[in-house]
Design a protein around this ligand. Sequence first.
Ligand code: ATP
Ligand code: MG
Length: 300
Amino acid sequence: MSEQTGTGEPVVPPDATGGLDPEALEAVIAAPGARFRHDYLEIRDLRVVFDGFVAVDGVDLTVTQGDLRFLIGPNGAGKTTIVDAITGLAPAAGSVQFGGVELVGKPSHKIVRAGVGRTFQTASVFDELTVLQNLDIAAGAGRGPWTMLRRRHVVPPEVEAALETVGLTQVRDLPAGVLAHGQKQWLEIGMLLVQDARLLLLDEPVAGMSQAEREETGLLLQRIGEQRTVVVVEHDMEFLRAFASSVTVLHQGRVLSEGTVAQVQADPRVVEVYLGSGAHGRGRGMAASAAEPAASTEVE
Ligand SMILES: Nc1ncnc2c1ncn2[C@@H]1O[C@H](COP(=O)(O)OP(=O)(O)OP(=O)(O)O)[C@@H](O)[C@H]1O
Ligand SMILES: [Mg+2]
């Protein structure tokens, strides 16, 4: 495993909580090994309006590090728009804080620098370049002079680590274009890791993947989620049941339900949205799978 942070003993002894010196606390927060521990995403009253159409309507969302949060909801619920708003690609009102930094109003490149990375519904890697070159470019984005290192054929340690984490070490010299669909998605996730994204927002990462690739991806996200904050937008209910540690259900731009997989699937409002007339034909097959466990919960 490549993730190196968060190891070692707690810097503040447990019995020191009575009289914490704010400066000492600040030093702890700033310590390299501790920087991930205080990362969390806190969204308050997020609103996105497109020409008078309210796509996101007062969403509150808190996701802590170590939580693998799934965002689900029928087509048009506002899932991608929330990711766009967090990453500066949609006009947002309200507050989005990550690691204590307010993101609303910041341009996208500053949001990337604040440690926020996202993938899109379609993979966006450079097909003609090798896996290593794709990662190298991601490492160089907004950073120091990696060109020198590239010329010397030195693989930066974070690139090496990302290759290992996403399981692409063996194919690092192949053009990305020849990778299997799943491997391309993993490369994209690897690119976020070398960019040092501490909040990863993944928009339908397993769409089009084989069963085996889904399984691999779920395990990869669990691994990454141990030390980073991960939000997954997903329609695949089987994948969600297997890997989500918590779920937020969106409907018409609002949070409809939130909790564990079992809790949201047993929520009558969620069943209504997936089976009710309002969502007819929009759930890409989610309705049956969402309703099934809820129904069995009701029976017991
Ligand atoms: N740039 C835009 N301009 C106008 N309306 C938009 C824009 N982007 C999204 N919308 C609208 O906002 C609503 C939410 O869209 P969004 O793409 O966030 O849904 P979603 O939950 O991601 O759906 P899906 O599951 O289909 O990906 C939809 O009604 C969509 O048509
Ligand atoms: Mg979407």
